[in-house]
Design a binder for this molecule. Structure first.
Ligand SMILES: Nc1ncnc2c1ncn2[C@@H]1O[C@H](COP(=O)(O)OP(=O)(O)OP(=O)(O)O)[C@@H](O)[C@H]1O
Length: 263
């Protein structure tokens, strides 16, 4: 992989005070297994969109789990919104997580509920404790916000349809609406288009990137689709052989530059 050192040198790191997340010499492992990766450091600035790529098993999902605090670092540190996750108590970690929107490869919507109800749930889930009761007592406001968000992902017409009657691409757009309706400062997406056909995948990635950009939120998404990585990531971060092998602005990269990550 010959792009890594040059690209890392070229890249001007974002200033720490504007960072929404930073990963410093991160080492992740499961139990007594060898590390998934080590010495991974990068910073993502407020409002940036970053694509995270790498071969199967490189550790992309593990890295997202570290960012959410579901996998504790075995070495190094993860900071989100300026807080070192290792220093947070469980309640504070839960609160921090509730400020992060998450889109999974397979949507985790409630199939028997309408698209609208699923998006309303996104609002309630983001307000743990007594405030969720406040929302529950103000369903008109919640439904109005949820409907406006469904409109932004192009699904206002299908708001009252049960999710189990929607296509995979439509469901994934509902999942995006559910993730962004509380206006999170950070959105993480783990292969959001991977289970869709190419056309639906394009639509989902376009919608995700646009809606996140419109809210000014920061986006980190994993993908195996290198065209999606270059089109929707302002930066591309690559994992290979257990460490960071690429961190570069996407505008100077071509798909061929990324193939070395998969050798
Ligand atoms: N809960 C777990 N317990 C033990 N090992 C795990 C666990 N989750 C993942 N791994 C291992 O960690 C490594 C990285 O997995 P991870 O899912 O993070 O990779 P990935 O880059 O997201 O892969 P893919 O592109 O296939 O989704 C793999 O070797 C995987 O088998």
């Amino acid at each position: 992989m010959n792009v890594a050192p040059a690209r890392l040198d070229q890249y001007e790191p974002v200033k720490l005070q504007t960072a929404d997340l930073s990963v410093d010499r991160l080492l992740a492992r499961y139990g007594g297994h060898p590390p998934v990766f080590s010495d991974v450091s990068f910073t993502v600035g407020r409002g940036e969109a970053v694509a995270l790529i790498g071969a199967n098993g490189a550790g992309k999902s593990t890295l997202l789990k570290c960012l959410l605090g579901f996998v504790a670092p075995a070495g190094g540190a993860v900071s989100i919104f300026g807080s070192d996750l290792s220093g947070l108590r469980a309640g504070d970690l839960r609160r921090l997580r509730s400020g992060i929107g998450f889109v999974a490869q397979k949507h985790n919507l409630v199939p028997r509920l309408t698209a609208l109800s699923n998006v309303v749930h996104g609002l309630l889930a983001a307000r743990p404790g007594p405030r969720s009761w406040v929302q529950a007592l103000a369903p008109v406001d919640s439904r109005r916000r949820a409907l406006a968000t469904l409109d932004r992902v192009g699904l206002a017409d299908l708001a009252m349809r049960r999710v189990d009657s929607l296509s995979g691409g439509q469901s994934q757009r509902v999942a995006i609406a559910r993730a962004v309706v509380p206006e999170p400062r950070l959105v993480l997406a783990d292969e959001p288009a991977a289970s869709l056909d190419p056309a639906a995948g394009e639509v989902v990635m376009d919608v995700l990137a646009r809606v996140v950009r419109e809210t000014g939120a920061t986006l980190v998404f994993t993908t195996h689709n290198l065209a999606h990585a270059l089109a929707h990531g302002r930066r591309v971060v690559g994992l290979r052989e257990g460490t960071l092998a690429l961190d570069a602005p996407s505008h100077g990269l071509a798909i061929g530059d990324l193939r070395g990550l998969y050798d």
